[in-house]
Design a protein around this ligand. Sequence first.
Ligand SMILES: Cc1cc2nc3c(=O)[nH]c(=O)nc-3n(C[C@H](O)[C@H](O)[C@H](O)COP(=O)(O)OP(=O)(O)OC[C@H]3O[C@@H](n4cnc5c(N)ncnc54)[C@H](O)[C@@H]3O)c2cc1C
Length: 385
Amino acid sequence: MIDKEIKTDKDCMGCQACSNICPVNSISMKKNSEGFWYPYVNYETCIGCGKCVDVCPIINFKQIDNKPQAYACINNNEQERMKSSSGGIFSIIANWILTENGIVYGAAFDDNFNVIHKKVESVEELDELRGSKYVQSWIGSSYKEIKSYLNQGRKILFTGTPCQVEGLLHYLNNNYKNLFTMDIVCHGVPSPKVWEKYLQYVNESRKEKLKYISFRDKTISWENYSLVFKYNEGPPIKNSHKNDLYMQAFLKKVCLRPSCYACCFKGINRRSDITMADFWGINDVYPEMNDNKGTSLILVNTEKGKYMIEANERYMTKKEVDIDLALKKNPAAIQSVAENPNRENFFKGLNSLSFNKLVSKYCPKTNLIKRKYVIFRRKIKSIFG
Ligand SMILES: Cc1cc2nc3c(=O)[nH]c(=O)nc-3n(C[C@H](O)[C@H](O)[C@H](O)COP(=O)(O)OP(=O)(O)OC[C@H]3O[C@@H](n4cnc5c(N)ncnc54)[C@H](O)[C@@H]3O)c2cc1C
């Protein structure tokens, strides 16, 4: 069944559509040595129905052709925007769904700071889903639950990575009018095991319990965001993303899921209703929309997406932008990131090395002076040959 179709690690994104659809619960998601979930089939109970293969978004990948419109966008509610990673577009749509007695699904932390998909039914709970968590999130039985709510007539907003949205759409295989989807432009998802190892490293010298984490604190600025940790006692600990060891590993592409380096859901033709991203490069397009508190780039992919924006126009400031210009400084929207050549060694060292040794050995900070020197030499070479 599905595990036989997965010939290499790159053939599975861990979207969990197969484990959700199995009618006899014969598929469980188990972590491999790198800490990524893959499906395992129990052949003693498997009835060979083939639903797991038929639902797989990679095996059944179909290219679509739509004409998305791109906008620079800002949530007019300053408090919500400051709590969001980019311009806070997610919060606007989520608030709207909740006021219509709907349910919002997205990525949150559990009590141990593992990242999981969960549902939220009130505006007060929405904080849990706000903000990017740079770890692959656990879908669990979310798709099954969503189907049941949709059949009851509840409005659902599902948000996640492009592969999670595809997983849900393949699982449902039905054009529900009451389903709304938003995916993110995704650099790739790091291993939950790497995240656990980092948390152990951060917590080892602390006696108090960790109570809050933000990957994208914007109090210094949106572009120079920080990771913030709050404990039961003591002041918050703030680390610029440029100095943080976990962000170094994430941004240097050394700890991403193998399928992320060959992601088939890149590009502008997406089946989600809206795609959300940071509007990197906003200064080149609409500098007046950059106050360094965060600006979203949104791609409105479907008629439903257009409706979602029109219904909430009064809560946002937005300007249309040419899509090529919009994506110029956001290559992760279009193409998979390149695998760091040290990836294999990084994961080999994960169990034996301390987190700081692991990162300094396999993805050291680029020396700025050295980088400037290399660029300078390249320029000289191109002028004088
Ligand atoms: C792993 C990852 C990689 C990303 N890579 C890029 C990139 O390369 N370029 C870019 O422009 N933007 C990227 N983003 C998206 C960006 O960081 C913002 O999430 C997005 O712009 C939405 O911001 P917001 O201000 O509207 O809302 P926010 O409140 O900041 O966004 C929260 C939304 O993100 C979803 N989310 C958070 N963490 C996860 C997760 N682990 N898995 C699935 N969904 C999650 C939540 O469900 C919610 O819908 C990435 C996000 C993640 C999680």
